[in-house]
Design a protein around this ligand. Structure first.
Ligand SMILES: C[S@@+](CC[C@H](N)C(=O)[O-])C[C@H]1O[C@@H](n2cnc3c(N)ncnc32)[C@H](O)[C@@H]1O
Length: 358
């Protein structure tokens, strides 16, 4: 990994700013109106004072955004996002100065170069939730290990795809010299490949934080010698041919302009799959296989959606289908019976082999 890689982190303000200072006994409604009008507000005394302001902001904006249509709700979220980021917290010596604040290690790890600054309350909430996952770890039974997901990197909360991949890996009897994991995320599939005997994994992602996190985790788990971690788009900087290329791509076609980070783990741009398959041809051995993890989520949400793997097989002469496995997605909690649109969701594993290798 390139050691100069700087993690993406929330924007901060390091200069003194003109702002309203918010104390518990103040008029919350009036403060929120100032915030909506464009003024910065700094939370004072207690951390919970910030929650109070955000609740009031939500109430105020919902009164103005009564339209429940998709566009109406999107407008509400945009307005909330804009105004709520004007609510700031002071950080001193990498710690939040307010009483009863959570302690968040990211304030030190992500900002080694600056110790005192202002940062927005919603960003602090995001860092707090991420820090709790990082501290507690994500237990992955299929791999018999606990992962520590890095700030801003995608990690799964359901594991049906790992079970499908495990099933395939246990039956796979081809070469295990080289594998490429495109979109490595928190490293799960790379670690699974190693546990199943693969010798060298090229693990890559376009999200810098994912790459930094996987480099750290490989070291912690003792897999460092087997993994090369890379930051780049698809196969950028990759000069090997692999026995297996694995890709668990985003599952939904984006209808908005994508932001860096988690957004690109969930949504894909129109040309992603065509670029992936075009480049994958150059990175497979003659007997190599592409393993894709996918889902029918797009179809469940929108019947008109197209399936990028089926489209590839139908429209190009690059790969042939070897296998297509499906598995129902289990509800996150066994006690809650799913009634939402994800009820019929299935996770899929596709294995493709090249018709011609380049
Ligand atoms: C659904 S997540 C899968 C993460 C992990 N492999 C797993 O199975 O949990 C998709 C990953 O692909 C990455 N990604 C999206 N577009 C990419 C691209 N063009 N090049 C490299 N990685 C990309 C995202 O940043 C994200 O980490």
């Amino acid at each position: 990994m390139n050691n100069d890689l700087q993690a993406d982190r929330p924007d901060i303000i390091t200069t003194e700013i003109e702002a309203i200072r918010f104390y518990r006994k103040m008029d919350t409604e009036a403060t929120v109106k100032e915030m909506i009008a464009g003024k910065y507000v700094i939370v004072e005394e207690f951390y919970s004072n910030g929650l109070q302001v955000l609740n009031e902001l939500r109430k105020n904006l919902l009164l103005k955004h009564k339209d429940k249509s998709f566009q109406g709700q999107r407008d509400y979220r945009t307005a909330f996002r804009k105004a709520s980021h004007r609510l700031l917290l002071k950080v001193e010596q990498h710690k939040i100065t307010l009483k009863k604040s959570p302690s968040i290690g990211w304030l030190e790890l992500l900002y080694p170069d600056v110790s005192d600054f202002y940062v927005s309350f919603p960003e602090v909430q995001g860092m707090n939730s991420s820090w709790q996952w990082y501290e507690k770890g994500l237990e992955i039974k299929t791999l018999n290990l606990t992962l520590r997901p890095y700030y801003g990197a995608y990690f799964p909360t359901r594991f049906d795809h790992l079970k499908l991949f495990d099933k395939w890996l246990k039956k796979y009897d081809g070469d295990k010299t080289h594998a490429i994991d495109v979109g490595v995320g928190s490293g799960i599939l790379s670690f699974q490949l190693i546990q199943n005997g693969f010798e060298n994994i090229f693990s890559t992602d376009s999200n810098k934080n994912a790459v930094i996190g996987v480099a750290q985790e490989s070291k912690r788990l003792g897999y460092e010698d087997k993994i090369t971690v890379n930051h780049g788009d698809l196969f950028e900087n990759c000069d090997i041919k692999a026995d297996v290329i694995v890709f668990n791509p985003p599952w939904l076609l984006a209808k908005h302009t994508l932001e860096e980070g988690i957004d690109k783990a969930m949504y894909y741009e129109e040309d992603l799959f065509d670029r992936f398959f075009e480049q994958a041809q150059n990175h497979l051995t003659a007997k190599g296989k592409i393993v894709l993890i996918f889902s029918n989520l797009a179809e469940v949400v929108d019947k008109e959606s197209t399936h990028p793997i089926i489209e590839e097989l139908r429209n190009h002469n690059r790969f042939r289908k070897e296998l297509h496995l499906k598995r129902e997605v289990r509800a996150s909690s066994r006690r809650t019976k799913r009634r939402d649109s994800r009820e019929n969701e299935k996770v899929e594993l596709w294995v493709l082999s090249p018709k011609i290798t380049k």
